[in-house]
Ligand binder design. Structure first.
Ligand code: GLU
Length: 312
């Protein structure tokens, strides 16, 4: 058998190899392998310290009473969304803007944020997790809308995002959702961006996974042509491999992020609304933003007005 003499790799192969490396790097960052590309994150000392409310009581909230007896809140979050909710696989520590919101809320409700047990819950499982008491509240890029309000309650909003598109840097034909006809678009099952593409852009071929990080891996390996979700989430993925990925076009929806609570626990919902208002007022919200999402380069916006809707 003749062996092919070693020669310079063909450009297509080189490109494929580079993309594979990028994908592995991205995966590696989720698995804690050495050599992951560094994402600029806050130095531990840079995170704000949230004053703990003493003598706080909320007897009308069954969720709060249970957490108080137990000695900690159990909070649902994401673990693969840079700047927002990201778990360091080596230490198990969660970091990001959503995590800071979860912490400041715990402090306002009289439970030391250091005691929080974080649980990763995917987009499609949030309502069930709140309904069956798996978590006390949820902070993870969770859009407030009327359909979801039939199943859970929402404090907030504490941030306003908008749906966007992430593509490879070698993609020149996708500038907005109108360019998705006949293209493969990936999003998370159970998310509002998935539902919007399905309803408003039916000519796109939708692909769903549990998480956006799996969509991003599929984008890097040419399995899909675009990933769609909130701009705040996409910016974080692009920042990990800026030579390979870019966010294109303008946001094409309004995604107000709320804190999910069990439906009917209005005492907890109103207490969280009050706590958010107070943390926006005293500068903690802004400090938390600057130590997390602000590292993406987007300056702190004004927080959106809190929607304290009537008791259910
Ligand atoms: N904010 C959107 C949603 O709640 C997309 C992000 C996510 O899936 O968490 O569906």
């Amino acid at each position: 058998m003749r062996r092919t003499p070693p020669g310079p790799p063909r450009p297509a192969l080189r490109k494929a190899a580079a993309l594979l490396l990028a994908a592995l790097a991205l995966l590696g960052s989720a698995c804690g392998k050495e050599g992951s590309p560094p994402v600029k994150g806050p130095a531990p000392g840079a995170l704000p310290h949230y004053a703990l409310a003493t003598d706080f009581r909320l007897p009308d909230s069954p969720t709060w009473e249970r957490a108080k007896r137990r000695g900690h809140f159990t909070v649902g979050v994401k673990e693969d969304q840079p700047y927002l909710g990201e778990k360091d696989p080596a230490t198990g520590t969660y970091a990001g803007f959503d995590i800071e919101i979860a912490r400041m809320m715990s402090a306002s409700l009289g439970l030391d944020p250091a005691t929080i047990r974080f649980r990763t819950i995917a987009s499609a499982n949030r309502e069930t997790a709140l309904q069956n008491g798996q978590i006390d509240y949820y902070v993870g890029t969770y859009t407030i809308n009327d359909n979801r309000k039939k199943l859970v309650g929402f404090a907030g909003p504490y941030y306003l995002a908008g749906q966007g598109l992430l593509v490879r840097t070698d993609e020149n034909d996708i500038h907005g959702p109108q360019d998705l006809a006949g293209r493969r678009v990936c999003s998370a099952a159970g998310s509002t961006p998935y539902q919007r593409i399905q309803k408003d852009y039916p000519k796109a071929t939708l692909v769903a996974y549990d998480t956006y990080s799996v969509c991003v891996d599929n984008l890097l390996t040419y399995q899909v042509d675009a990933v769609t979700t909130d701009d705040a989430i996409l910016i974080g993925y692009a920042a990990k491999v800026p030579e390979e990925l870019k966010v294109v076009g303008k946001p094409f929806s309004r995604e107000p992020y709320g804190i999910g609570v069990p439906r009917g626990d209005d005492a907890l919902r109103f207490a969280l609304d009050d706590a958010l208002a107070a943390r926006e007022e005293d500068g903690d919200w802004k400090a938390a933003y600057q130590a997390t999402l602000g590292l993406s380069g987007v300056p702190a916006p004004e927080p959106p007005a809190i929607d304290r809707y009537p008791a259910s």
